[in-house]
Design a protein around this ligand. Structure first.
Ligand code: ADE
Length: 248
């Protein structure tokens, strides 16, 4: 899987993505992170890539030429025209199911804007998807691109040690992950739940599913509507809701 990040700050994204699990995956050749400096496509003798907005207003706008030339040069090298995700707070809000869909793509281009954004004509020519990482405004698209690459790349087979772990974690089946414990058995007077020490796999599985349901109800009740619960689990949820009602 090849992630091409078009940016004015290539060293920022390369440094941010070369550590830990994603760095190891790149080293192993499971993914390839390729940062391209949009400034290299400036035809200006001072390597300018931005100018004042027509119509007036604050800040600078990235010019269309360097952005389009940067993408076209990449397409010529690749021999194809990959999807271009433009990082913007005006985009569709990224989530786990979009990550799953994007993880199927062989090549993805992340276009990072700066200043007041990119000239609309360049966007209309090359962008296929407008993506946001949440309803807040950052200074540029690099951090959003890094967030998305991290989330997408960990779904690529082999990137996580244990093939299962990507699926078991939070948001699988619209439930948050159950609490985890490790040694010591008692910490500051708090014991690890007994069932986890029992070695009884069926009971552990039931306990974990119930903890996931309880946690999702407490922290993200909006997710429960899309969760796939068994009859017993729905009954468990009903009991939780009843006891919450009793405590009001
Ligand atoms: N650029 C600036 N803010 C952003 C956000 N929240 N998501 C994606 N790109 C952005």
């Amino acid at each position: 899987m090849n992630y091409h990040i078009l940016t004015l700050f290539p060293e920022m994204v390369l440094q941010g993505l070369n550590t830990s699990i994603i760095g190891r995956a790149a080293e192993k050749g499971l993914i390839n992170i390729h940062a391209v400096n949009i400034r290299d496509y400036s035809v200006d003798k001072h390597r300018h890539v931005d100018d004042a907005p027509y119509g007036g207003g604050a800040g600078m706008v990235m010019q269309p030429g360097p952005v389009c030339c940067c993408y076209e040069a990449l397409c010529s090298t690749l021999g194809k025209r990959p999807r271009v995700l433009y990082m913007t707070p005006q985009g569709k809000v990224f989530n786990q199911s979009i990550a799953r869909e994007l993880a199927m793509e062989e090549d993805l281009v992340f276009l990072c804007g700066h200043y007041e954004g990119i000239d609309e004509r360049a966007l209309s020519m090359i962008v296929t998807d407008y993506m946001s990482i949440g309803d807040y405004v950052l200074t540029g698209g690099e951090l959003p691109a890094m967030v998305m690459v991290d989330c997408i790349a960990r779904l690529v087979p082999g990137v996580l040690n244990n093939d299962e772990s990507a699926e078991i974690e939070s948001f699988h089946d619209n439930l948050l992950e159950y609490p985890q414990y490790t040694r010591p058995e008692v910490y500051e007077g708090m014991r690890v739940p007994e069932v986890l020490l029992s070695g009884h796999h069926k009971n552990i599985e039931t306990w974990r599913r119930q903890e996931s349901i309880k946690r999702t109800l407490e922290r993200r009740p909006d997710l429960l509507e899309g969760a796939n619960l068994t009859k017993e689990e729905r009954e468990y949820l009903e009991r939780l809701l009843l006891s919450a009602g009793d405590n009001q």
